[in-house]
Design a protein around this ligand. Structure first.
Ligand code: 13P
Length: 342
């Protein structure tokens, strides 16, 4: 595939203030989400739930790409249409999670390295056949006493770069996701420091492996206070710190930055994205949210098909709010207006 097609795909995903729905929860993660609403996780319940999101009328106005899981990319909508076709027919680009999860990093207790490089070339070929045009690989960096280590950051950066090079060889846009977790009690300053170092090594390794940044999307965490920190930075501070960190460490050639939500509430993830876009940078700054797009929809659905319309409406609302945030045009009044009319 010609390089310009990769560039076009990467740009199309985030064009017109659109973002990404991350619906690539592994079997273990989706089971946790379903357990929380008392729904049994079966192949059929997972198919129904994902199908409900993918067929939500008009979602293509706000969502330019959907990340699927290995099971999901092979599943079909109620009318028998394969999910990748359902999406592509709406001008939504199908993507696929290709890593096989974060595993303990030998010699570094409490730290993880993401696996999945073995056999990846062949798997990518199959995913292309199944309709995938972009991929995702998530590395996990944990903040704690004396961690992350340089070894953990470099091992994960190396794996991300090897993955990204294989994707581009296969004609697939890699989403490079080095997630610095927000679960600890660290300050925003510590998050800044760890995010800066992580981004530095990720772009170093991408350069070493010859990855073309123009055909690559970055999926980072925001620079944010740890969940357990007594001091929680405001949206404005998060925005300033995030953009300051990225201007220093993210090359302008990157055609899109798509944030993960990482455990922020739905409205918080929107408010922060809006503040980030008010500051702005040389890249489109959009979303690739899992929980922050699905939480309300998931709990409203609660496993009952009779709730599907209401669940779709909540998902579409979140998608619209986030698209407005990409334009820097979201306000809390828009949230309240919907609550009042629903
Ligand atoms: P969250 O938005 O729930 O963090 O999920 C995004 C994702 O895809 C993490 O890999």
């Amino acid at each position: 595939m010609a390089a310009h097609e990769l560039y076009e795909t990467a740009r199309a995903i985030v064009a017109d203030h659109r973002g990404i729905l991350a619906a690539d929860e592994s079997s273990g993660t989706i089971k946790k989400r379903f357990d929380a609403i008392g729904v049994e996780s079966t192949e059929e319940s997972r198919r129904f739930y994902r199908g409900m999101l993918f067929t939500a009328p008009g979602m293509e106005e706000y969502v330019g790409g959907v990340i699927l899981y290995d099971e999901t990319i092979r599943q079909r909508a109620d009318d028998g249409t394969p999910f990748p076709e359902v999406l592509a027919s709406k001008d939504v680009i199908p993507g696929i999670k290709v890593d096989t999860g974060a595993h303990d990093l030998a010699g570094f207790p409490g730290e993880k390295v993401t696996e999945g490089l073995d056999g990846l070339r062949a798997r990518l070929e199959e995913y292309v056949e199944l309709g995938a045009r972009f991929a995702k690989w998530r590395a996990v960096i944990t903040i704690g006493d004396g961690i992350p280590s340089r070894a953990c950051i470099r091992a994960n950066a190396h794996a991300l770069a090897r993955y990204a090079a294989l994707c581009q060889e296969a004609g697939i846009v890699p989403i490079v996701e080095p997630e610095v977790l927000m679960d600890a009690d660290n300050t925003i300053e510590r998050c800044y420091e760890v995010t800066a170092s992580t981004l530095h090594w990720v772009f170093h390794e991408l350069g070493v492996q010859g990855v073309d940044l123009r055909g690559t999307l970055l999926k980072p965490n925001m620079v944010i206070s740890g969940k357990g920190s007594a001091v929680q930075a405001s949206a404005e501070t998060i925005a300033e710190q995030t953009i300051d960190c990225f201007l220093r460490h993210v090359p302008a050639a990157i055609p899109g930055v798509v944030f993960l939500s990482g455990g922020q509430s739905e409205v918080q993830a929107t408010e922060n994205l809006n503040a980030i876009n008010r500051v702005g940078g040389p890249w489109p700054l959009s979303f690739s949210y899992g929980r922050a797009l699905q939480q309300s929809a998931l709990s409203t659905w609660a496993g009952d098909a009779a709730n599907a319309d209401a669940a779709q409406a909540l998902y579409l609302h979140r998608a619209r709010m986030n698209s407005l945030a990409v334009a820097g045009e979201w306000s809390v009044e828009l949230e309240e207006a919907v609550t009042a009319s629903s």
